[in-house]
Ligand binder design. Structure first.
Ligand code: ADP
Ligand code: MG
Length: 360
């Protein structure tokens, strides 16, 4: 196998305080060479601070950051060799597209013919091959963000850092750019650390997602595992839609009211009071409990909401809690949607039963 250009990143015990506030609280993670890792969390959770620590603009109080075998903590930003893309593009407004993208090469003293070739290649990669002569003010938001991307990759960095690079774009363009950035990641050998507060974007793009809450990692996992096996209520709530029901755990049995639930995996926590996480699309309204292995919840339809591609059926359970069941709008399922007031059975496959502890 050819030698990799991209570098692994090792973050150990990084803490950053601002006065009494712990923006980062003892954060550690190993990011593999060539991995696409996303930092996902709500506003103020510490995402940008961690990215700035990697870039060298923020010096942590404690901890270590290594690129490959090399400690970076005292290395200034311009010596770290990382590409960066930010939310607000930060292009030079008085320069045309070519000059913007060529800038990192000029800083590195690259000669003109090579510069032209590499800028041309970078612009082709972001599908702006024809626009080198354009002024930055003559570009759309999406085009500007592509220029920023081209500028970040033109010197072939081994590590690329991106802080909410698509958040200023409208939904269609954002989704298109997500796919383009993924393709770029496959074409170029780079380790990418990507920041977003958009869970769908994180699931779409990443090899792994680190969910960050108040300066700490709540969970680091692949998209599917994160969605199907959240380890805390915070993660279950932040990623995907959920209803929550209180359950009691004792002697390995999980009880919802009087019923023992069937689970494919025992809860990881031993706590007595825990929460059953129900994803609306994993539930199904069934005519009666039948002879299946599924868990069965009984209730009454309290509301129906038609949402185009699916129908949300709200069911009030005997205990008074309300849960949501999503039914796809295929003709045959639509015909079977019950009416408000109708008693129903809701089936939950043991594979889809997620039990997490209450957040501390
Ligand atoms: P995010 O990018 O996840 O929205 P940030 O990393 O920007 O979060 O901020 C994390 C926390 O640190 C926030 O509470 C923020 O107000 C605080 N913070 C960030 N930078 C500074 C600073 N230079 N001075 C004081 N507080 C800061
Ligand atoms: Mg931020």
């Amino acid at each position: 196998m050819a030698e990799r250009r991209s570098l692994p990143i090792t973050i150990s015990g990084v803490t950053k305080t601002y006065g009494a506030l712990k923006a980062l609280d003892d954060v550690s993670i190993d990011i593999a060479s060539g991995e696409f890792l996303t930092l996902l969390g709500p506003s103020g959770s510490g995402k940008t601070t961690l990215l700035m620590v990697l870039a060298g603009f923020v010096r942590p109080d404690h901890g270590s950051v290594r690129f490959g075998d090399e400690e970076m903590i005292t290395t200034p930003p311009h010596r770290r060799g990382v590409g960066m893309v930010f939310q607000n593009y930060a292009l030079f407004p008085h320069m045309n597209v070519f000059a913007n993208v060529a800038y990192p090469l000029r800083l590195r003293g690259v000669a003109r013919p090579e510069m032209e070739e590499r800028v041309g290649k970078a612009l082709d990669l972001v599908q702006l091959g024809e626009l080198g002569h354009r002024g930055v003010h003559q570009l759309s938001g999406g085009q500007r963000q592509r220029v920023a991307l081209a500028r970040a990759i033109v010197f072939e960095p081994r590590i690329l850092l991106m802080d909410e690079p698509l958040s200023a774009l409208d939904k269609k363009l954002r989704e298109q750019m997500q796919i383009e950035i993924k393709h770029l990641h496959h074409q170029l050998d780079m380790t990418i650390v990507y920041v977003t507060h958009d869970q769908r974007e994180a699931l779409t793009m990443s090899d792994r997602v680190a969910v960050i809450d108040a300066g700490r990692f709540a969970q680091v996992d692949g998209p599917r595992r994160l969605y199907e096996r959240p380890r805390t209520r915070f993660v279950a709530d932040f990623i995907g839609e959920s209803s929550f029901l209180p359950v009691r755990v004792s002697e390995g049995a999980v009880r919802l009211g009087g019923d023992v639930l069937r689970l494919s995996e025992a809860p990881w926590s031993q706590a007595e009071r825990q929460i059953l996480v129900l994803r609306p699309e994993k539930l199904e309204i069934v005519p009666d409990r039948g002879a299946t292995d599924a868990n069965c919840l009984r209730g009454t339809v309290s509301d129906l909401i038609f949402q185009g591609e699916s129908v949300l059926v709200y069911v009030r359970l005997a205990g008074g809690e309300q849960i949501a069941v999503r039914s796809p709008s295929r003709r045959e399922t639509l015909a079977a949607v019950p009416e408000v007031g109708q008693p129903v059975h809701v089936a939950l496959d043991p594979e889809d039963a997620i039990v997490v502890p209450e957040d501390p």
